[in-house]
Design a binder for this molecule. Structure first.
Ligand SMILES: *Cc1c(COP(=O)(O)O)cnc(C)c1O
Length: 856
């Protein structure tokens, strides 16, 4: 039965210990071992019992125990010192406060449908959410003034349990927000602050706002489970990625539109700065742009002017080349919803909805696509690795007709991971003991001949592996008991896995493209690897399939069935309910991290980065981040059979390559020992990984890249457009409309070239002249360009270069001659063409106005 009211009975802390409240409610403890130690040392047994969750810990301490602790001057002093340290961390200047760019935004809003900050706040499904959590933590460490926006799901994602036969089943334990590290945003009179959103048919969706404090960064989480809502309204934030159709649409409207309203409320109540830049992590929050346009129009801007300002200050990070990862809704339904939340009829609804309609070649014009709207409302867009940037430009090229994929305005910033969260305490402690901060930051402290000896490094790796083995045994036992096995049958679990065997890990969500079961392609060859008497391999696997993903659930069942085999069960395990807590032991404990997605569908992949930070080696197909940062000494590449169309044949080929690398390279290297039983070559690779990947894969590097390449330029553009009553935004909107209307009359009449003879040679200079009609436009409105480069077999100019031509004569009122030179620098077939594109200082790329006329 559902409770009609609920509340959590809270502990009242004795005065000397009040600092604990602050320490528990700021999630910095999730990446600050010193704070966790303060809690743990207060009562190690209780700390263990609550799985290291500070809020639960405070709730579990008995009154007498608290009084006892409050009378202990040492404990009180430690609590006070930790609270003072937290305050200093939150208040003192950090990296961002030392930056000198003149347009540093005073506040940046970051929107994401999920956040993985800590296992104790289970509001994530996988990499996207953990990345969002790492983004906030790194922003906090750097002092970047980010405010996060998301939803609070009553049951989070889901908990995975295996049934007796080994199939995944799902449970949805309801979370009590009062028992989470959250506080409710309140009005000055103490009543909960409310965000409201009008829905079709006169319904109103109401939400309260929880604040999770992530170090210096507030994270606002909207929660529709409030009495003012009808049952459907209360269920809007029931589960992460749970519903479909209008349920999902309502979630995304609450996140985007409600999220902007929550930011306004938060700024009003705390006196904080208004965000100058809005960054959306994947397309789910895309309606934030529509709400911002609505605000500006309500404030007197024209729709076109508002669009300019919103575009200039919105950043869209795309995360998936997999179409199933992008939400699409029926266009007419979106029209009803936008019409409803725009209560004052401020917006031209049909135009707004058209922003997301798939009216490009290959799209379905009945559908509204969140990524399409995201790209059309964001002046800056990026993928999350170099390769993914390229794949995204190709995938979305249809939205910029007339331009080549290489000019599609989607860049890339490679993801990173938050080291203080993901580096095992043992590794941090060793580094702190042996290295200067400088040597640690540059990675030099891990190099061969550094201060950490081989024996010590190998001992560290063994300790991490041992901790994993112990955790695995505990989890496997619990899972078998749940599956109905009698305890007496589980003695074998005491010897499952070994602290001395080469350990391979694979843990992530289970969409089919990640190919959980590729390792089982040839089960006997794989079993032989596991069971080799002298040089065995052991494998730890985990992953949750989306509840509606039957093929994914089939893969889990197949893996579990193999791991259940009596002959291999001590060498391969499937751990149910993969989460951040499991991950924190798993990543450091693995010698090798396996990643075998169907290339190029893995946008970045971040788990391998977390493993690398702990000295694990990667074994991966050349996808995502591994494509740009692998080398011969930090792991192994699984060769891919790109271009093999039959999926089974491709899987077989790639699995064969995987076994080859394991048998011929990885196993021999791991077991090649010196007189002290130390694998020298292996440790060279471990050192190289720590020293060279360590500094690159960090979330602080990622966030600093976002600041430099996206946040600062977006803030500058927004400030320029908004100044003087939006004078430049008005002018830009007018210019865009004028150019769009006049464009059909722009023609490249004639092109002529001279300067190369009948046998062109490298070093020759091609002189190009073009006669162009501009109709009602002026030369200042356009650029005339020659596009040139080597011609491939399909007659396309590949990897082309663009050279602007200069105006050299006005022939008649609207007819002009342009000219310029191109040097021939390479042998082979050379091609060129001439085109006209709009020119304006505020355009972020040649394609962003979406207009081009090419010589025919
Ligand atoms: C890092 C992380 C992921 C990401 O996995 P990839 O497949 O490598 O992107 C997923 N789940 C959890 C719990 C993580 O910590």
């Amino acid at each position: 039965m559902r409770a009609i009211r609920r509340f959590t009975v809270r502990t009242v802390l004795p005065a000397p210990l009040v600092g604990l409240e602050e320490l528990a409610h700021n999630l910095r403890w999730a990446w600050h071992p010193g704070t966790r130690a303060v809690f743990a040392d207060l009562d190690p047994a209780v700390w263990e019992q609550v799985d290291g969750d500070p809020v639960a810990f405070l709730g579990a301490l008995e009154r007498e125990r608290l009084d006892e602790l409050a009378a202990d001057p040492d404990q009180v002093a430690r609590v006070r010192a930790a609270a003072a340290d937290l305050r200093a961390y939150c208040e003192q200047p950090r990296w961002y406060q030392q930056q000198t760019a003149t347009t540093l935004p005073a506040s940046v809003a970051y929107f994401s449908p999920e956040y993985g900050v800590a296992a104790a706040l289970p509001q994530y499904s996988g990499g996207l959410g953990v990345l969002a959590g790492d983004h906030l933590k790194a922003a906090s460490d750097l002092g970047v003034p980010v405010v996060g926006v998301g939803l609070l799901y009553r049951a989070g994602y889901f908990r995975q349990v295996l049934d007796r036969s080994g199939r995944q089943t799902e449970t949805y334990p309801v979370l009590d927000p009062d028992a989470l590290p959250l506080s409710l945003l309140r009005e000055a009179d103490g009543s909960p602050a409310r965000v409201e959103l009008a829905l079709p048919a006169g319904r109103v969706l109401s939400a309260q706002v929880w604040v999770a404090q992530v170090g210096r960064v507030p994270l606002l989480l909207l929660d529709s489970d409030v009495p003012a809502n009808d049952d459907a309204g209360r269920a809007v934030t029931d589960r992460l990625y749970g519903g479909a159709g209008t349920h999902r649409l309502e979630q995304e409207l609450l996140l985007g539109v409600g999220g902007v309203r929550a930011l306004r409320t938060y700024a009003r109540l705390t006196g904080g700065a208004a965000p100058e830049v809005f960054h959306t992590n994947e397309g789910h929050a895309g309606f934030l742009g529509v709400e911002r346009v609505r605000e500006l129009v309500a404030d007197g801007a024209s729709y076109a002017t508002a669009l300019e300002i919103v575009r200039a200050t919105t950043i869209f990070t795309t995360h998936t080349p997999v179409p199933a990862g992008i939400d699409r809704f029926e266009r007419r339904v979106v029209e009803q919803y936008v019409g409803a939340f725009d209560e004052e009829a401020t917006l031209p609804v049909a135009d707004v909805v058209a922003l997301g309609v798939e009216d490009h070649a290959g799209g379905d014009p009945r559908l509204f696509n969140m990524a399409v709207m995201g790209l059309r409302l964001a002046g800056r867009a990026n993928g999350v690795s170099r390769l993914h940037g390229r794949v995204s430009r190709e995938m979305f090229a249809g939205l910029w007709p007339g331009f080549d994929a290489q000019e599609v305005p989607i860049g890339s910033i490679t993801n990173g991971v938050h080291a203080p969260t993901w580096v095992a305490p043992e590794v941090t402690a060793l580094a702190a003991r042996r290295m200067t901060a400088q040597d640690l930051a540059t990675g030099a402290g891990w190099e061969t001949g550094g201060t950490v000896g081989d024996a010590e490094l190998w001992e560290l790796r063994r300790r991490l592996r041992t901790r994993l083995v112990e955790d695995v045994r505990r989890r496997v036992r619990a899972s078998w008991l749940r599956r109905g096995a009698p305890a007496a049958d589980l003695r074998w679990v005491d010897d499952a896995l070994s602290p001395d065997v080469l350990t391979i890990g694979f843990a992530r969500r289970v969409p089919t493209y990640k190919r959980l079961t590729l390792m089982l392609a040839d089960p006997e060859r794989f079993a032989a690897l596991l069971l080799d008497p002298l040089r065995p391999v052991q494998v730890v696997v985990a992953g949750k399939a989306h509840p509606a993903d039957e093929p994914g659930k089939g893969l889990v069942a197949e893996l579990v069935e193999f791991a259940d085999r009596h002959d291999v069960r001590h060498r391969i395990v499937f751990l149910p309910d993969h989460d951040m807590r499991m991950a924190a032991t798993l990543y450091p404990g693995c010698d090798v991290w396996l990643n075998n997605p169907l290339r190029p569908l893995e946008a970045c992949g971040t788990s391998g980065m977390k493993v690398a930070l702990n000295g694990g080696l990667n074994l991966s197909v050349l996808d995502g981040w591994w494509h740009e940062w692998h080398d011969d000494d930090n792991g192994w590449v699984i060769p891919t059979a790109d271009g093999v169309d039959d999926p089974d044949a491709r899987d077989d080929a790639e699995a064969g390559a995987l076994y080859d690398v394991l048998e011929q390279q990885i196993v021999p290297t791991f077991y090649d020992r010196d007189d002290h039983d130390v694998p020298r070559r292996w440790l060279e690779m471990v050192r190289h990984t720590l020293a060279t990947l360590g500094p690159k894969v960090q979330a602080t590097r990622m966030v600093a890249d976002y600041v430099a390449h996206l946040y600062v330029p977006a803030a500058a553009a927004g400030a320029a457009l908004a100044a003087d009553d939006r004078a430049r935004a008005v002018a830009l909107a007018d210019w865009r409309a004028r150019v769009r209307d006049a464009w059909p009359k722009v023609v490249v009449d004639h092109v002529d070239a001279s300067g190369v003879g009948t046998s062109p040679q490298v070093g020759d200079r091609l002189h190009v002249q073009a006669w162009v009609d501009l109709g009602d436009l002026e030369p200042a409105d356009v650029e005339v360009q020659v596009v040139h480069g080597p011609v491939g077999p399909d007659d396309e100019i590949q990897e082309f270069t663009v050279t602007a031509l200069a105006l050299d004569d006005t022939l008649e009122a609207d007819r002009y001659r342009y000219s310029g030179d191109v040097d021939l620098t390479a042998t082979g077939t050379f091609g060129y063409t001439v085109r006209v594109v709009p020119r304006h200082e505020a355009l972020t790329s040649v394609a962003s106005a979406g207009l081009v006329t090419t010589a025919s």
